[in-house]
Design a protein around this ligand. Structure first.
Ligand SMILES: Cc1cc2nc3c(=O)[nH]c(=O)nc-3n(C[C@H](O)[C@H](O)[C@H](O)COP(=O)(O)OP(=O)(O)OC[C@H]3O[C@@H](n4cnc5c(N)ncnc54)[C@H](O)[C@@H]3O)c2cc1C
Length: 475
């Protein structure tokens, strides 16, 4: 006889595990099914984010930044280090330790909140009075009965049709996070968040990194001023080689290197690298879910169709996170998970996708929320813009991180903040002030009138708000 649950969550990434925790907090009998296994072949909760995404990438970024500081920044403080070296296996082991602590932490949270954690692939078997979900794990299988189902099956990396991932020469995100030595020449296809973060890590550790991007512009999703500054910093200061507007036509694996052919600048070109990271985006993961078995609607690109409240076409079936429309970001997935659990409990819950912050953890970091200047211009919205550089901020200078700026865009008539864009130190932390302000419909004048600690990086946000009204104090 199948065990019955009020809520069965399929997928234990940030969308799924958070939905399961909130459902359990709200008093529902909850189970969470997940099929991820780590490199050691052990079940590991937390999905892409904890295992092969957000957390391990930030661990490697920090290690490589420390190495960069020792090599190039400590000297200015009068600190000299002789024969600095990076031990890549130690760096990778540190990353894995952090991952293991956090994935184990989710298992602990499940126990604490009495969420039944079930390992295996969850498949819709039948619908009737609720849903029957079959959980398959190798030869073993069991069935769960669910009144409500939350699908949080996430996303998987897209491969190029002519360059399948092999874990050695052609790598996806998991492979890029597990390299055991620094490749001399590294190719990255795709100048998105993942490509730039991974490219930065290995560049700082000594690789010659070439990034190939199909789009004509660099970081087109970001505000144009930020993208321009980022390209300058990443190429001139960091030393990434970036080619935009190129079309990769073939990837040939040789015995110990990869040869990439591409069209760019009106001619055929070739790039030979010791290993290639393919970061051309991620696709929704609905394979093997049995969506067709129960008539769960999936769109042409494979995303589960949902309304603004994450309701699917089936009664009491919801979907959250990367497997549905909207930005593929962990915090968006988590908030959708919370909101859906609360809706099942009859509460009013809302996730404002217009104010989801974006962060790229390069050095300097990039973060933004709301509209870009180019999108406002194209939409014919009248706006005022204020910008202030970290160069003129005491804390940034003391940190030795003077690159970048904060840019604020506000409605020309109402002064309501429409977008905030940051390139600079701790942009990932600074952006929260802008998110809070925008969620409360603040004006640039509101930020300008709030006391900001001195000396702090947040003063750059303050001055950017003052700049909207053309009255900066420190420039
Ligand atoms: C290298 C990298 C760096 C990133 N960095 C950031 C970052 O800094 N910040 C940020 O916000 N986002 C980042 N992301 C994106 C972030 O990881 C995703 O947006 C987030 O993990 C999505 O969460 P999710 O719960 O929707 O799905 P996932 O995290 O993908 O989890 C889905 C889980 O469901 C499991 N599953 C799938 N199908 C089934 C099934 N049928 N049955 C059982 N289990 C199933 C999967 O194995 C997986 O464990 C990064 C991604 C990558 C690849």
């Amino acid at each position: 006889m199948a065990e019955s649950y009020d809520v069965v969550v399929i997928g234990a990434g940030p969308g799924g595990y958070v939905a399961a925790l909130r459902a359990a907090q709200l008093g529902f009998k909850t189970a969470c099914i997940d099929n991820f296994k780590n490199a050691a072949g052990k079940p590991s909760l937390g999905g892409t984010c904890l295992n092969v995404g957000c957390i391990p990438s930030k661990a490697l970024l920090e290690s490589s930044e420390n190495f960069e500081r020792v090599l190039h920044k400590f000297g200015a403080h009068g600190i000299s280090v002789k024969e600095a070296a990076i031990d890549v296996p130690t760096m990778i082991a540190r990353k894995q330790k952090i991952v293991d602590q956090f994935t184990g932490g989710i298992a602990g949270l499940f126990r604490k909140n009495k969420v039944a954690s079930v390992h295996g692939t969850g498949v819709f078997a039948s619908a009737g009075d609720g849903y029957t979900i079959e959980v398959r794990d190798g030869a073993k299988s069991q069935s769960l009965q669910a009144k409500n189902v939350i699908v949080a099956t996430g996303s998987v990396p897209r491969a190029l049709p002519f360059a399948p991932f092999d874990g050695e020469l052609v790598l996806d995100n998991a492979g890029a996070l597990a390299l055991e030595s620094t490749p001399k020449r590294l190719g990255v296809i795709g100048a998105g968040v993942i490509g730039l973060e991974m490219g930065s890590v290995w560049r700082r550790l000594g690789s010659e990194v070439t990034v190939l991007e199909a789009l004509p512009g660099f970081l087109q999703a970001a505000d144009e001023a930020i993208a321009k500054e980022a390209l300058k910093v990443f190429t001139k200061d960091l030393g990434l080689v970036v080619h935009t507007g190129v079309q990769v036509t073939s990837v040939e694996k040789r015995s110990s290197f990869v040869s990439v052919a591409y069209e760019g600048g009106g001619k055929s070109q070739r790039l030979d690298v010791d290993c290639l990271i393919v970061a051309v985006g991620r696709g929704p993961n609905t394979q093997g879910l049995g969506a067709e078995q129960v008539g769960l609607k999936v769109d042409g690109r494979g995303f589960i169709e949902v309304d603004a409240d994450c309701r699917t076409n089936l009664p009491n079936v919801y979907a959250v996170g990367d497997v549905v429309r909207g930005p593929m970001l962990a915090h968006k997935a988590m908030e959708e998970g919370v909101a859906v659990a609360e809706r099942i409990a009859g509460q009013a819950a809302h996730v404002n996708l217009d104010h989801v912050p974006w962060v790229i953890y390069t050095s300097p970091e990039i973060a933004w929320v709301g509209r870009t200047e180019q999108s406002l211009r194209e939409a014919g919205v009248k706006y005022r813009s204020g910008q202030f550089p970290f160069m003129a901020n005491g804390r940034a200078r003391a940190l030795g991180e003077p690159t970048g700026f904060v840019k604020m865009l506000a409605d020309a008539d109402t002064d309501r903040i429409l977008g905030v864009h940051i390139i600079g130190p701790f942009a990932s932390e600074l952006i929260s002030e802008a998110v809070v302000a925008m969620e409360f419909d603040a004006s640039s004048e509101d930020i300008a009138r709030i006391v900001h600690a001195h000396p702090s990086l947040s003063e750059v946000m303050h001055e950017a708000a003052l700049a909207v009204d053309k009255r900066t104090l420190h420039i």
